[in-house]
Design a binder for this molecule. Sequence first.
Ligand code: ATP
Ligand code: MG
Ligand code: MG
Ligand code: MG
Length: 570
Amino acid sequence: MRSSQYLLSTMKETPADAEVISHQLMLRAGMVRRLASGLYTYLPTGVRTLRKVERIVREELNKAGAIEVLMPMVQNAELWQESGRWEQMDAELLRFQDRHQRDFVLGPTHEEVITDLIRREVTSYKQLPLNLYQIQTKFRDERRPRFGVMRAREFLMKDAYSFHLSQDCLQKTYDAMYQAYTNIFTRLGLNFRAVLADSGAIGGSVSHEFHVLASSGEDAIAFSTESDYAANVEMAAALPPQAERPAATQPQQKISTPNVGSVDEVASFLGLTPQQIAKTLFVRAEPTDDSSAPAFVALVLRGDHQLNEVKAEKHPLVAQPLTFASDEEIKALTGALPGSVGPIGLNIPVIVDHSAAQLADFVCGANETGYHLTGVNWLRDSAAFDTADLRNVVAGDASPCGKGSLEIRRGIEVGHIFQLGDKYSQAMKAGVLNEEGKNQILTMGCYGIGVSRILAAAIEQNHDEHGIIWPDAIAPFQIALIPMNMHKSVRIQQAAEQLYQQLTEAGFEVLFDDRKERPGVMFADMELIGIPHQIVIGERNLDQQQVEYKHRRSGDKALLALDAVVAEMQ
Ligand code: ATP
Ligand code: MG
Ligand code: MG
Ligand code: MG
């Protein structure tokens, strides 16, 4: 590709409205442009990277026995009414009507459509198991779209759905998908962790999330320093009472007994409707100082669904009036605190209801507009909510498995796999004739990967002050060919054209920077875009029939003989 015939669209300045580095760099490197809130156009460089990610995802899924389909993004409401999610989901589900006043939704996920397909197409146990996937645009009217494609409203997801007649069979596919995900994120060159997760709004029992470790991650994950134990913080916090675990080493604020309140209790306490609460944990915390006042910490997981199965143990609520405040009010309250209503928050609004004596201890904010709590002292915010705090609030020092202590890190959720059981198949009556000739309801699994979010997650992990450093597997181009002052030198032009042809013929994806630009501009752009290998052609080296090679990640440079470049690059 010649830059002169390409849409490079790089930018020198950092856009003011981009909060996290990946968003800034995706804009600056000419990968995406914002159309409206949570809606992005992918420019050519963005598309190339997206396709690379898709290709790896496809290859590994095909290897795992999944088969590709493509379902419509627009879905009729009847299916959602049948599954019950028409009522369960809030405004995140975008609903609209066609010209005949019939209700439709823009698919945030495709359980209903695929279950409908399978109940029509599959009638016998002989056709099972099946694992179908698609790579398709999703729409979720996120409460707070942000960080560019990381939390967009329209985004690209790989979603797969498997169908079985037994739990054993589901488990086998689940394990194969777990392995496929591990292969995918490994091939993508990402530093990631699979963690135990809560299955949330989608339903079901067993579930794992795959997180790319990054300080800007919206989620917190906990893992043991000495075993394979890893969970997202909701799960870590929901595990056995701290008292049953080995003693914590030196927590500032030790958790004694986590008590879970019922949804109705918590909802009325917080002035929310039960539908607004996914899960609430009240954790009794022992103050570190001599004050005997008890302190209670509530972790409220907000969600779009009703959760009516909270195993309720009574919790001693501290009656202190708390009201919700807007971002603006919180900003005013927190004053000069940097990032006080931080762009980088946890997915879990943490509400601290501390007895008066302890108010100065710690407080933090929710990260959703209009859902910050007031009535407490605002000392810290979600952005400043660091690892040490989380350890105290959520997990204490000891790992629930008894081995090692818990590390808490931030993660970006890039994949999520679930064992759904019969939630959808039961509601939508998806069954087949089994070996005994009887109708049997299917058992399902579902498996998502945030294809477009991966771009942002990869950049969060791979960048420096000059720009993106793509892992080789997903770089938009493999080689940047940079001739210096080509338009003033026939010799350079000839060498560049020849190298471009040779490298392209050898199968490399080359970005040939043939613009009439100063070398400095070209270097800066190629560094910014993050192409892994650079070849610079200059007069002086050409005298020796040489060109300069530079490795983007290490910065290592070497001189290569002109006629050995293709061989060296292989
Ligand atoms: P999150 O917790 O970040 O809101 P989720 O748990 O709602 O994500 P899932 O329903 O598990 O998302 O969807 C599967 C995958 O789709 C997620 O693991 C994530 O990588 C991706 N994804 C979800 N929401 C978005 C979004 N708004 N923008 C980009 N990718 C998303
Ligand atoms: Mg979500
Ligand atoms: Mg999630
Ligand atoms: Mg998820």
